[in-house]
Design a protein. Structure first.
Length: 188
């Protein structure tokens, strides 16, 4: 495992445990991603854990968001800047690589990064891993159709379960859930 990639990951996680992501954290995030780009170009990602750690750093892109509102003034979708969209897609690719190599925690991160990538483009999530209450039960991204998209397919587990994401029962709404600490640290 690459010690510097691991150290960047640990710094990222420490910033998330310390409290809200403020402009200072965003500056540190950008600096970590720039250093990570250099490390990747130098071939630093040698084991699945390295790819997972790198994916987490790219997942934490701090987007400049624009809001799409409906005629009633309700938030319909959020859109992120192109750099953040590319960063989160890179997170998805790296997490998929780590998951394919057998690093189980990367399965959830691959699903979360994919959902975030979709949301940053104002599209509905596939796995339902991302949520952010704006007020009451108003959510970032389109949550309609998640039960249909999560329905079992012949011979396959539902996408959320296959991706290692926690399951939500019919009585559980993401706003009422308090995710376990690892999900909070992953930006969920």
């Amino acid at each position: 495992m690459n010690a510097e990639v691991r150290a960047l990951f640990e710094q990222d996680q420490a910033d998330r445990r310390a409290g809200p992501v403020d402009p200072d954290v965003q500056r540190r995030d950008r600096a970590r991603r720039l250093r990570l780009e250099e490390l990747i170009a130098a071939g630093a990602l040698q084991v699945p854990e390295d790819s997972y750690h790198a994916a987490m750093l790219f997942q934490h892109a701090n987007p400049r968001l624009s809001v799409e509102r409906g005629p009633d003034g309700e938030i319909r979708a959020m859109h992120a800047d192109a750099d953040s969209v590319r960063s989160v897609w890179r997170a998805h690719e790296l997490a998929r690589r780590a998951a394919a190599a057998g690093h189980r925690p990367a399965r959830w991160l691959a699903a979360a990064a994919y959902d975030r990538w979709l949301m940053y483009q104002g599209r509905p999530q596939r796995y339902g891993t991302q949520w952010h209450p704006f007020r009451g039960d108003q959510f970032w991204g389109d949550r309609s159709g998640h039960d249909r998209r999560r329905a079992p397919r012949v011979g396959r587990a539902p996408p959320r379960r296959a991706a290692g994401a926690p399951s939500w029962g019919p009585h559980q709404h993401p706003a009422r859930l308090r995710p376990p600490v690892p999900y909070l640290l992953c930006g969920w």
